[in-house]
Design a protein around this ligand. Sequence first.
Ligand code: OSB
Ligand code: MG
Length: 370
Amino acid sequence: MEIVKVKLYKLGLKLISPFITGFGRIDVKETLIVELTDAEGRVGYGECASLHAPIFNEESVDTCFIVIKNYLTPLILNKKYDKVEDIVENFDEIVGNNIAKAGVEFALWDIYSQLSGISLKKLFGGTKKKIQIGANSIGIQDTPEIVLNKIDQELSKGLERIKLKIKPGNDIRLLDTIRARYPNITLMVDANASYNLNAHIDLLKKMDRYGLVMIEQPFKANTIVDHSILQKQIKTAVCLDESIKDVLSTSDAIKIKACKIVNIKPARIGGVVKTKEINNMLLKNSIKTWCGGMLETSIGRAYNILLSSLNNFDYPADISPVDHYFQDIVNYEPFPIIDGQIVVPDRVGLGVDIDKDLLSRYTVEAYMSE
Ligand code: OSB
Ligand code: MG
């Protein structure tokens, strides 16, 4: 396998309504589409599902653009490899920048699947025919009543697991209101690192009252220790998202029992090979996982669906249809949701139709290797 061309498309996609979380507000979801061409003319697609600014992790769409252009492209261009794993191994010489690496790795797998005639599902080791998905993440709203309306909408679509964004000041009253109306729905909260152990321990202990499936990432990414202190004092499962960056942070979290659940975002941890490595480590330690999202287009979502079909991805995934969030879309929903489930594609290549006209309409910046 030999890559002869790298193309990047930076997109700006308007959301239907602003997505507000503990890390800030998104009005326009930026993303970076990676297009690779091999020596025999096969084309593969990947996505760097970063945000417009380094507010979730250290990366942004612009840092992904530069890292791919200046550092990853030279590692893959005009070199012959037998396996994707052999290329991806070289990515380890670049520190961090996982979302950039994942976007390139995804596109390499698309090409390798076409070249080998083996489905991506089989290459990744997926075992499930269908995956369970959760409702859209409900961002922070002005009042608990607006949140109730959004929950009504999600439940009416047959999506049973509700995920609410919370932050200090938008938590206890919100949960009281929701539990008063819906005592039994499957509910979880995601704090996106907006709390801190010293100031909020008593408040977080109160969360045990609400029968939550998990509390996702209460504290900052680089404090696995504080999460461990919290997990020892509450019954509700702590789930780590931002803190799980790689194999080492995962093994740290396991060693000090910082969480009972891990959210694997294939983008955040740097792609398919790392997803499998981390998942195997979790499996050995009886820690369940599920696939999170980064408001991907259906290109990124396709890889998340495939990886959600691995053993141990046992909670519903954040893979609601792209048209729920986006006003601007680059392709029409290729993954129908039936009874809260998506059928895992088992075909050669990514199989998402990229509408080139739509892609160029939303492209705000592009790059093509020489
Ligand atoms: O923390 O899960 C998160 C979106 C962007 C960045 C971080 C997160 C999210 C979401 C959206 O919650 C989940 C989705 O993609 O559907
Ligand atoms: Mg999260």
